[in-house]
Design a protein around this ligand. Structure first.
Ligand SMILES: [Ca+2]
Ligand SMILES: [Ca+2]
Length: 196
């Protein structure tokens, strides 16, 4: 996609014209495209790589191939949305994202065994084995290493919360794409809330 096409697309999605894309704005676009609201969570978490709750133009550019693989961007048109409707959309979007963010924060605390506020590759591997040993769906050590290497821009082998979210999001996607090996529970993809 050409740079000007990309800029036009960004503008069409970022209707409030704040220079970034909010969860509610992305939700508007998904609805315009006839997509299910639930798609928002995966898309937003994947695109908002620094986990600040908005998608910057740089994040948008980086995530565009992924976005394009999920929705047909050619049909995105700029739409005028009433303020009140937009507020409703933001509230809905936050409602969708909040449980996922909460579970990511809980997971971060769980993984960070020495409580130094970052997750080391070692801590990641320890947890991966715990999950794999308990029979849960776990990606391979190799896969995790690849994802970490691609995210760990300062190459210190430690992951901040936003990097960690990306690791989990990508592992989640990799596992959802792979055909499930063990049986039990038909279509078990949806209900993994981990409630007791
Ligand atoms: Ca961001
Ligand atoms: Ca740590």
């Amino acid at each position: 996609m050409e740079a000007d096409e990309r800029a036009a697309l960004f503008k069409a999605i970022a209707v409030k014209d704040t220079g970034t894309i909010s969860p509610g704005e992305l939700l508007c676009t998904l609805r315009q495209l006839g997509q299910d609201d639930s798609l928002l969570v995966d898309l937003f978490l994947r695109l908002d790589t620094n986990a600040d709750g908005k998608i910057s133009p740089e994040e948008f550019t980086a995530g565009l191939p992924f976005l394009a693989s999920k929705v047909s961007l050619r049909s995105v048109k700029p739409t005028l949305v009433e303020n009140s409707e937009m507020e409703g959309n933001e509230a809905t979007a936050q409602g969708l994202l909040a449980p996922k963010l909460k579970s990511l924060e809980d997971a971060f605390k769980l993984f960070d065994r020495d409580k130094d506020g970052v997750i080391s590759l070692h801590e990641l591997e320890v947890m991966r084995r715990v999950i794999a040993d308990s029979g849960g769906p776990a990606p391979t050590e190799q896969f995790i290493k690849e994802v970490v290497t691609s995210l760990d821009t300062n190459a210190d082998g430690k992951l901040e919360f936003s990097d960690f979210c990306q690791v989990l999001v990508r592992c989640d996607q990799a596992l959802n794409m792979a055909p499930p090996k063990e049986k039990g529970g038909k279509k078990g993809k949806k209900g993994k809330k981990g409630k007791k």
